[in-house]
Ligand binder design. Sequence first.
Ligand code: GLP
Length: 241
Amino acid sequence: MKIYVTENYQAMSRKAANIVAAQVILTPTSVLGLSTGSTPVGLYKQLITWYEKGDLDFSQVCTVNLDEYVGLAPDHDQSYHYFMQKHFFGHVNIAPENTYVPDGLVSDPNTACRRYNQIIRDLGGIDIQVLGIGHNGHIGFNEPGESFELETHVVNLSERTIDANARFFASRDEVPRQAVTMGIKSIMQARQILMVVSGGDKADTVKAAFTGPVTPQVPASILQMHSNVILVGDKAALSQL
Ligand code: GLP
């Protein structure tokens, strides 16, 4: 595992963007696994800046996102479809038909999950998976206690995650209670993992994930078993390592 400690959020974003940019430059047909949450926003911003300068070309890139809330339409301003459009897809030359985000609206989520697994396989797997981390150690929406063996599936969100995400909604009641997420197995099959983390409030979580026991109680701890992980964090987030 490679660890990069940066001074602050901006430097973290730039370092992580360098790693994604290198992937795209070296392999223009890359499959990028993408993530939402506030942490990767700076990374996307930096990639957009380099794209606007003419240094990056996403025309042959495919993307697969980690997760989506169940019940939110793509145009809902808190859906992850909307997030990706707002923070990344809408600003670069990625072909819309090459971007995949789980469908949170389908009547049969299990069929949708199977279809999503097949999409990832048909793309040849993920070259680099960008990950954030939740305060309870979740990755994607794989909450503590979830099996490491699952691919894309429907999850019930924990109370802690609902609390954490309530800030984006008008009220806590409006936060969806379920999500579709790539499972730990899907994430572990990515050829490279890039985790971004920022802020002292995540320091204990990062410590548990990377120095504690590998346990479903801390979903991110499974990353200790992946052979190609890059952790990029600011010094506050990595202070307990
Ligand atoms: C959500 C997302 C995760 C993300 C997490 C942390 O629950 N499903 O993919 O890593 O939030 O978000 P933030 O970066 O805003 O702390």
